[in-house]
Write a protein that binds this ligand. Sequence first.
Ligand SMILES: Nc1ncnc2c1ncn2[C@@H]1O[C@H](COP(=O)(O)OP(=O)(O)OP(=O)(O)O)[C@@H](O)[C@H]1O
Ligand SMILES: [Mg+2]
Length: 260
Amino acid sequence: MVIQEKLSTEPKMRTRDVSIFYGDKKAVDSVSIDIPTEFVTAFIGPSGCGKSTFLRALNRMNDTIASARVDGRIELDGEDIYHSSMDVVQLRARVGMVFQKPNPFPKSIFENVAYGPRIHGLAEGRTELQEIVEKSLRRAGLWEEVKDRLEESGTALSGGQQQRLCIARAIAVQPEVILMDEPCSALDPIATAKIEELIDELRGRYAIVIVTHSMQQAARVSQRTAFFHLGRMVEYGHTSDIFTNPTEERTKDYITGRYG
Ligand SMILES: Nc1ncnc2c1ncn2[C@@H]1O[C@H](COP(=O)(O)OP(=O)(O)OP(=O)(O)O)[C@@H](O)[C@H]1O
Ligand SMILES: [Mg+2]
C-alpha cells in the first residue's frame, strides 16, 4: 500500500517498502508512507506491532542496535537518509526525537537547550545562544515556568516540565521533523494536556509524528493516522475517517477495543 496525497508541498519524509529486521526476525514489513509538514501524523496499533522500530528508522536511531537492519528507502526532502553520504549527526538534528520517558541531560535547564545549538554552531556568541534558549523554551511552553531557574538541573523539573524541556531541546537545533514515541505515557492528565496543546501549536512548523496508545490522544492531536498491525501498516488516512469509518476489519477491531 503506497500512500500518496495531493499536498501543497512535497512530503517532508517519504518511505518506500521499508522492512526492518532484528537478526532474522522481521519487525516491520514493507511500509510506505508520506509524512508531510502540514499535518500531525499518528502511528497507532497494538503493542509489538513495530511502531517504535519504524519511528526510530526515520532518524536512524536503529543504527545503535547491532542486530537491526533496514531495507527499502527512507527519504528526507528526497534524499536517501541511509546513503553513505548522509551525516547521521546532522540527520538527527534535522529529525529530532522525543522519547516516552523524559530524558533531560543531568545538566542545567539552560545547558539542556543550549547544548545542541552550540555543537551544531548555530549561535555566534553568548547573547545569540541565550536568545535561542529563550525562544525554544517559549515555543515549548516552558519559559514562564523556568526563566528564573535556568541554572537549576533539568532533572529537578516535574515529569511534564522535563518532557517540555526535551521538546525545547529538540526544537533548539531547528529540526524539520519531530518524532515522538508515546511522549505522554509517563505524564499525568494535566501535563498530557499541555503537551497536546504544544503539539497543536507546533503543527505546520515541523513535520510531527506521534506514536500513541491513546486513541483519544490520536484523535485530538493528529490529522492523519496510520494503523500498524504485526509489522504492517494496515490502514492510513484522515484521522477522523480512521476512527469513525475504518476500511479494514483489523483497524475496526483495534479502535473498538477488541484487542490491543
Ligand atoms: N532491540 C530489539 N531487539 C530485538 N527485537 C526487538 C528490539 N526492539 C523491538 N524488537 C521486537 O520488534 C517488534 C516490534 O517492536 P516495537 O518496539 O517496534 O513495537 P511497538 O509497536 O513500538 O510496541 P509498543 O506499543 O509496546 O511500544 C517486537 O516483536 C519486539 O519484540
Ligand atoms: Mg513502542
